[in-house]
Design a protein around this ligand. Structure first.
Ligand code: SF4
Length: 221
């Protein structure tokens, strides 16, 4: 496998017009079904959010959100106590916080079941580019296997695929998709470089691109 640095170079060299061509040929229009924002069966929603994105959401919303209102430790690899459900262990990502139903905490639905994102303009890159990803190692491939692909672009399960998209929308989406690929690889490199062993026997430790943190986003000295 290529090194993360080599993949980052490839991400920086991605041609936005080529990505837009691929997105146009696959086709996409959001139907606001909410599938990418909600729990799936019994599995709570998980979408990666980076530290800068958490702070951006906090600052754009007048600091009304505590870190834990926005993000939770990505649960994969954590242990859960059978009686208390308290978690312990180490994880390497933050996920968007979920509500009592396991849906993204920022997801809202009107009486007709039409979904909306309450932080639409500040939503994380993964949300702004769903259902697409790029075929580079070290970048995220949401919601399992790709169901379609064109050039460097992969498309993941979504009922909005195959619908017409305007050139300007495809170009905007392509530019954000490239930004996401670069950000994901930069974050992955920093997570690797910042990693140091920290005791996680009786707590959750999140190793992100800035170091080891407790579940409220505080750096562990
Ligand atoms: S932040 Fe918005 S777009 Fe992203 S999962 Fe939550 S509700 Fe959906």
């Amino acid at each position: 496998m290529e090194s993360l640095e080599a993949e980052l170079d490839r991400a920086r060299d991605l041609d936005v017009a080529d990505l837009a061509d691929a997105i146009e040929s696959i086709g996409f229009e959001c139907t606001r079904c909410g599938s990418c924002c909600k729990a799936e069966d019994d599995d709570p929603h998980t979408a990666t959010v980076f530290p800068d994105e958490v702070r951006e959401i906090q600052s754009e919303h007048d600091e009304e959100y505590d870190w834990r209102d926005v993000a939770r430790p990505m649960p994969y690899g954590l242990d859960a106590d059978e009686e208390t459900s308290d978690r312990t262990g180490q994880t390497f990502e933050w996920a968007l916080q979920t509500d009592g139903c396991g849906d993204c905490t920022f997801y809202e639905e009107d009486d007709d079941g039409v979904g909306a994102c309450s932080i639409h303009g500040d939503r994380p890159l993964i949300c702004a580019t769903y259902p697409f990803s790029v075929a580079l190692a070290g970048t995220s491939q949401p919601m399992g296997e790709a169901v379609d692909e064109s050039g460097m672009v992969r498309a993941h399960e979504c009922e909005g695929l195959g619908r017409d998209i305007s050139r300007s929308d495809a170009e905007a989406l392509a530019a954000t998709l490239k930004e996401r690929a670069i950000t994901e690889l930069e974050e992955a490199i920093d997570v690797r470089d910042e990693y140091r062993p920290v005791d996680a026997d009786d707590r959750v430790v999140v190793h992100d691109s800035e170091g080891a943190k407790t579940d409220d986003g505080t750096l562990i000295e």
